[in-house]
Design a protein around this ligand. Structure first.
Ligand code: FE2
Ligand code: FE2
Length: 465
């Protein structure tokens, strides 16, 4: 179905033919805009930002680019096209028609899954609200805002499902999404990581590389759901999500390039020497990687999980790219999982979190190959690496145990030394200065290879009035 842009809420779900739902969402819309103005970006709300807006769900050409003020962004409801006769692809209901309505026996658990996913979307906008003030370039500022408006749209995507399929409870949950706030003492966001402010750009790139990628794998699992509207919603969200990880990967790449440049000029890899020139040394980047990656692993939940088994058995949440697997039942097989007590035979269904996480880990590795190639090419003997799975965990079988990033048992002090120190954080903060002249960028990074939508780096991505 084509996207209807003539109504208050752009959508491809035929909203104008469901008056009650339309009214309910139009009632929620002003609350959302108020939230955006109060807890979205602290600055540039009046600026014209070169943003892409979803205008179709067609894989080719689904978005248009143009300057808009963020509060005027057309947040809407877009579901990937419905597949005719789609059936449930895994678990105990495999082969039955996908559900177009919520099965009553799974109502509360589906609602919980949607609320948990939905809550992360506005949370990240809140976490990143101060960042524009220290954007290293106008190009980066624009990318930040793009990520922010799309996370706002992802909230819309989940709120639509709550309103359309969960009646009164769903409407109440939708209200709650705007009442919980990142870091709020009384009403925090649901998942711990989403309550930490992200107030420097290194953390922002790490977040978009590692945490948004966790989001990608959660969405991939939900895109397999037997509840068809959820599957279709998540499929389209994935289209937008790719850019968020691009921002992370290229952000980190540009830092590395700039640092290597200085390392070559000075003929040194000594962090102290490098810090005098205001760049981020590679060991510092490694400590940030250690922190962000290990906390992203926690987001997948425990390696052995009966909840995950139930989601799979009931057809609610599959594995990423479920069709690529041979066995979609998984009730008779086992996985060997390493635990502190040795290797354990675990029913495959109970290992779904780990299976999903392993796909994520593989995906995370791709950037490292590229980064290490750059370092080697520059003539330096240093490799950035993902720490092992059991390193610095607070969730799962390895929680609260002490291993170094390579997996050797160690003291808590050794773990602490492998994470960003107070001095590291203070140093990174000291580098953060806003650069608002188009075509210029902060000293600690370098310009990207190309701009957005074939525009030049010095294009006026953000026009202040
Ligand atoms: Fe998102
Ligand atoms: Fe995202």
């Amino acid at each position: 179905m084509a996207i209807d842009y003539t109504t208050k809420i752009p959508n491809n779900v035929d909203l104008s033919n469901d008056r009650a739902l339309q009214r309910a969402l139009e009632h929620w819309q002003p609350a959302f805009i108020d939230w955006w103005k109060d807890l979205g970006p602290t600055s540039y709300q009046d600026a014209d930002v070169y943003l892409r807006t979803a205008t179709s769900v067609d894989a080719k050409g689904w978005a248009t680019f143009g300057h808009v003020k963020m509060p005027d962004y057309r947040w809407g409801i877009f579901l990937a096209d419905q597949q005719t006769d789609r059936t449930i692809g895994f678990g105990d209901h495999k082969g039955k028609p996908a559900w177009q309505q919520v099965p009553s026996e799974y109502r509360s658990v589906l609602r919980r899954l949607i609320v948990t996913q939905g809550d992360t979307e506005p949370a990240s906008v809140e976490q990143q609200r101060m960042l524009a003030l220290t954007a290293p370039s106008m190009y980066d500022m624009r990318n930040l805002f793009q990520v922010n408006v799309e996370e706002g749209r992802h909230l819309w995507a989940m709120v639509y499902l709550l309103h359309a399929y969960f009646g009164r409870d769903g409407r109440e949950e939708a209200e709650e999404m705007l009442h919980r706030h990142s870091g709020d003492e009384d009403h925090p966001r649901i998942l711990g990581t989403f309550n930490e402010p992200i107030d420097d750009w290194l953390s922002f790139y790490m977040f978009t590389y590692f945490t948004d990628r966790d989001g990608k794998y959660q969405l991939k699992s939900l895109a397999e759901s037997g509840f068809d509207p959820l599957a279709r919603t998540c499929s389209f969200m994935l289209t937008e999500e790719a850019h968020h990880m691009f921002v992370g990967e290229t952000g980190i790449t540009r830092i590395i390039k700039r640092t290597l440049d200085e390392m070559q000029k000075l003929g040194s890899d000594d962090p102290e020497v490098l810090r005098k020139t205001g760049v981020m040394d590679l060991p510092l980047l490694q400590r940030y990687i250690n922190f962000w990656y290990s906390s992203a692993l926690d987001l997948f939940g425990s390696e052995i999980s009966s909840n995950a088994a139930t989601y799979f058995a009931n057809g609610l949440k599959g594995r990423p790219d479920e069709t690529k697997f041979e066995d979609h039942d998984c009730s008779k097989t086992f996985e060997e999982i390493e635990t502190p007590d040795g290797l354990e035979q675990v029913a495959t269904r109970k290992a779904m979190n780990l299976i999903t996480r392993n796909a994520y880990v593989h995906d995370c590795g791709i950037g490292f190959t590229r980064w290490n190639r750059l370092i080697k090419k520059a003539g330096f003997d240093f490799e950035l690496a993902l720490p092992v799975d059991k390193y610095h965990r607070t969730v799962g079988v390895w929680a609260e145990q002490n291993f170094d990033p390579q997996g050797k048992p160690c003291s808590p002090e050794t773990v602490a030394a492998s994470l960003p120190s107070e001095a590291d954080r203070a140093y990174v903060k000291s580098l953060m200065v806003g650069v608002t002249q188009p075509g210029k960028c902060a000293n600690w990074t370098c310009p990207p290879d190309r701009g957005i939508n074939n525009m030049a780096f010095d294009f006026d991505y953000v026009r202040t009035n």
